[in-house]
Design a protein around this ligand. Structure first.
Ligand code: EPZ
Length: 417
């Protein structure tokens, strides 16, 4: 198992190129199943999760090649609408095959995803969408088995769900008739998935709103190229890193419009921002003002930056309140941040972070993708040496993170056990 070693205390200077968005490319990869074709995806990050999804596509019968950021998926020979437990349990996004399986095969056998480090991750809304479209759904030995020729219908979610919206879009794209999806997720990654489906010939309107309308089209076409949008969470992670560690860094290949609330909150922290069309230059503040956050569906503050924000607030001037309304248990990083000297109390889904003058390096353990990111940020700001174990979590969502930070002046390297 690899470990990342950090000798903290260096400010960050230079330029970093942000990769393609993990949470955009994963549903787009499964959407390629919907109709036979050859799909060329540009700016695909080389992540543990994209490799896992490529494996799953190959189990389904697709051919996948990946070289220098370009992935080519040939879905003509897909013939096996199943997603096995041993794969789904390692990556919940595997559940995104459900909609495409129904659209192409009118049948699906998809393992129920397990929980994750911070608790249960239900899929009831995904199943509600399939049933609303006329599919039959049953649970057999831990697998969701679904059948039926889907027909257009009105789907109304109780809460905004990124994954359920994605599956509903893919399932309704080829259904007979018109579908509406209310309380739809407005995340940029879902808008990008809709744009991919539209390029296939899907008729989808209402993009960027919480009500989508889909006119089913049985004759979707493949054989085209598509650029993956920049990863707003990776960008947010680097912006917060500079605010916490000091220095001045320019991020390239970013879409500032996907980061409005994060940039506004960072300005309250005291950073200086110079925002270009696809670049952001961030200059660290002299002191970190305490700024509260409450996570919410897009365009609210992203839960995927909650742990990183907590790391930054651990050195704030005062104390900050951090509330996670999306995942009320997403706080496994608190115990590890405390090992680095952070002063954090938690009651239900409300954390109070009281700033300390210094963090001190220690051995710490990753528990999930974004918790790992918060440990890396804190160890970069801590004095002395930190050792971060179970870094396979960070590799799921960040490509070459130690190289990117080293190029900015961090003393950070990986040891392979
Ligand atoms: C996506 O997960 C992201 N993953 C997550 O990012 C992200 O944290 C999450 O959206 C919220 O923004 C991918 O896109 C691959 P949800 P998803 O359905 O789709 C509840 C990362 O670090 N819910 O929007 O699984 C759920 O429990 C990952 O990159 C139901 O109750 O999230 C949660 O409280 C971690 N029933 C809320 O909705 C359902 O059927 C939002 O979850 C589905 C969800």
């Amino acid at each position: 198992m690899d470990k990342i070693i950090v000798n903290g205390g260096n400010p960050l200077y230079g330029e970093v190129e942000i990769g393609g968005a993990k949470n955009a490319v994963l549903p787009i990869m499964t959407a390629s199943i919907l109709t036979p074709g050859i799909y060329t995806l540009n700016r695909v990050p080389n992540l543990r999760d994209t490799r896992t999804m490529a494996n799953l596509l190959e189990i389904i019968g697709a051919k996948v090649t990946y070289e220098k950021g370009t992935m080519v998926i040939d879905s003509n020979s897909c013939n096996n609408p199943t997603a096995p437990y041993d794969l789904v349990k390692t990556m919940r996004a595997s559940f995104y095959v459900l909609g495409p399986f129904m659209g192409r095969f009118q049948h699906a056998e998809v393992s129920l995803p397990g929980g994750c480090a911070w608790g249960p991750r239900p899929v009831d809304l995904h199943l509600k969408a399939i049933e609303a479209l006329g599919g039959t759904v049953s649970l057999e030995s831990g697998n969701i088995v679904a059948d039926g020729q889907l027909k257009g219908a009105d789907i109304s979610f109780d809460i905004s769900s990124v994954g359920a919206t994605g599956n509903a879009l893919m399932a309704s794209a080829k259904a007979d008739g018109i579908s509406t999806i209310s309380i739809a997720s407005k995340e940029p990654e879902i808008t990008s998935l809709a744009e991919f489906l539209i390029k296939m010939g899907a008729d989808i309107t209402g993009l960027d709103s919480d009500k989508l309308t889909v006119v089913g089209n049985p004759n979707l076409k493949g054989d085209f190229e598509f650029d993956i949008i920049p990863d707003r969470i990776e960008a947010g992670t680097f912006l917060i890193a500079v605010a916490l560690c000091g220095g001045e860094v320019t991020l390239t290949n970013v879409n500032p419009n996907h980061l409005n609330i994060v940039l506004s909150k960072l300005s309250e922290v005291g950073v200086k921002l110079d925002i270009g069309e696809d670049t952001i230059t961030v200059k660290a503040p002299k002191k970190i003002n305490s700024v509260n956050i409450t996570t919410a569906p897009y365009p609210g503050f992203p839960t995927d930056l909650q742990a990183q924000w907590m790391a930054m607030m651990s050195k704030c001037d005062g104390s900050a309140v951090i509330i996670d309304e999306i995942y009320r248990d997403r706080f496994t990083h608190i115990a590890e941040l405390s090992r680095l000297g952070a002063n954090i109390t938690l009651e239900d889904n409300v954390a109070v972070v009281t700033g300390v003058n210094k963090l001190k390096g220690a051995p710490v353990m990753s528990t999930d993708i974004r918790a790992s990111a918060s440990l890396i940020l804190s160890s970069l700001a801590a004095e002395e040496k930190s050792e971060i174990s179970r870094v396979y979590h960070i590799d799921r969502g960040y490509e070459n993170i130690e190289e990117k930070f080293r190029n900015l002046g961090a003393d950070m390297y990986r040891i392979s056990k």
